[in-house]
Design a protein around this ligand. Sequence first.
Ligand SMILES: Cc1cc2nc3c(=O)[nH]c(=O)nc-3n(C[C@H](O)[C@H](O)[C@H](O)COP(=O)(O)O)c2cc1C
Ligand code: SF4
Length: 429
Amino acid sequence: MGYPYRHASETTTILSRYMGEPEGRPLSGWLERGGYESLRTALDLEPEQITTIVKESGLRGRGGAGFPTGLKWSFMPQQPAGPHYLCANADESEPGAFKDREIMRWTPHLLIEGCLIAARAIRAQHIYVYVRGEYFPVTRILNEAVVEAYEAGYIGEDILGSGWSCDLTVHLGAGAYIAGEETGLMSSLMGGRAEPWMKPPFPAQRGVFGAPTTVNNVETLASVPGIVANGAAWYTQWGTEKSPGTKLWCCSGHLSKPGNYELELGLPLRDVLYDVCGGPPEGRRVKAVLPGGSSTAFLTDDELDCATTYEGLQEAGSALGTASPIVLDESASIVPAMRRIAQFYAHESCGQCVQCREGTAWITKILRRIEEGEGEPRDIDTLYDLCEQLTGRTICVLADSVVFPLRSSLDKFRGEYEALMRRSSAVAT
Ligand SMILES: Cc1cc2nc3c(=O)[nH]c(=O)nc-3n(C[C@H](O)[C@H](O)[C@H](O)COP(=O)(O)O)c2cc1C
Ligand code: SF4
C-alpha cells in the first residue's frame, strides 16, 4: 500500500480529495466533510429521477468496459415484483489497478453513500460489497464503517425516516481474478465457484439469487454522491462529451513518480506519463505502455499523443480500461514482460472454455520457450493463430484480455521476438 496520492488540482479532486486524511475515515469525520448529505438529497427524489441525473452526467462504468451507468440502472425492472440487488465490485485484481482499494481505505463512507444512492435508484433492498479476497485491512475498515452507518440510521430499516429500507453486507471474496467478472462475482457470492455464465440472461434480468441485479465498480459508485449533490452539469464540466468527469489513475512501472492520481479525462497520455508521473527515470524514453491495465494493447512512445478518454484510447488502438498504465522504458524486454502477463491469465482462467484454458496455457508455454532462447520462427505464426482462436469465442472476455497485449506486442515488437529466435538458431548451428 505504498503508492503516494497526488491531486491534479483542487478542482479535479472529487474522489481523492480526502485520501491521505485519516480524520475523514470515521463517520464523525465524514459528516464534517459533508458526508451523507447527498444521500439525503437522493431520499427526496424518486428512483427514476436519480437515474436521470446519473444518465445526464454521462458517468461511465469504471470497472473497465466504460458502460454508461445511468443506462445500466435503467435496465432494472421499474416495478419490482420481488427483491432487487446491488453488487459493488471491489474485486480489483487487474494487474496495474490499485484505485478501489484506496477509495475504501480512506473514504469507506463515500462508497457506502454511493451504494445507497445507487440502490435507491434501482430499487434494491440489499447491497453486497464483494471485496477482493486479499484485501484484509480494507475489509476491516469497510466493516467498521458499515457498523457506524447502521448505528446512525444510514443503512437498515426506514433509512433516515424515509420509509425506505436497505441492508448492506460486506463479502470477502475467494481470491480469484475471475471473481471480478460480474457473473463470476455473483456465482461466488451465491456460494459457488467464481465461474462466469453466458449472457443473456444479463444481471438486470437474472442475477444474484435469480433476482434482478446491478453490478457496479467501486469507483463508479463513489462518483455518484458528488453527481447527485451537485448535478449533472457540474460533472460534465470535466472531460469530454463521451468521457465526462474525472478518473483515478493508477500509474506504475518505469516512472519517476508512480502513484494514484485523480485527473480530468481527456489529457494527452504523454502528459499523464511525462508531466504528471515524471516519465521514466534517468531521462529514458517510454518503450511501451499498457495504458488501461494488463488487458489493453501496448502503445509505443510515438503513440502517446492520444487523449485519455474512452474514445481517444480506442482510436489509438488500445483502451482506457481501468486507467492503470503500466510503463516499460527502454531498459525492459518485451518478451519476458508479455510472458509474465500471459502467465497471470493462464493461472486465473477458470477453465470452463477450452480456448481460454488451453490457449492461455499454450501462449505462456510458447512465450517461455522463446524467452529461454528455444523458440522457432513458426512460433510467431502460432501465437497469431492463438490470438484468433481466443477472440470472441468464450463465455467471458478473460481470453480476449490476453490477446490485446499479445497481438500488439507481436505487431510492434516483432524484432525482439525474432532476436531471441536468432540467438537460438545460432546456438543450434
Ligand atoms: C476477467 C474479468 C475481470 C474483471 N474484474 C473486475 C474487477 O476486479 N472489478 C470491476 O469493477 N470490474 C471487473 N470486471 C468488469 C465487470 O465484469 C463489470 O463489467 C463491472 O464490474 C461493471 O461495473 P461498471 O459498470 O461500474 O464498470 C472484470 C471483467 C472481466 C472480464
Ligand atoms: S473465458 Fe476463461 S475465464 Fe472466462 S469463462 Fe471461459 S475459461 Fe473461464
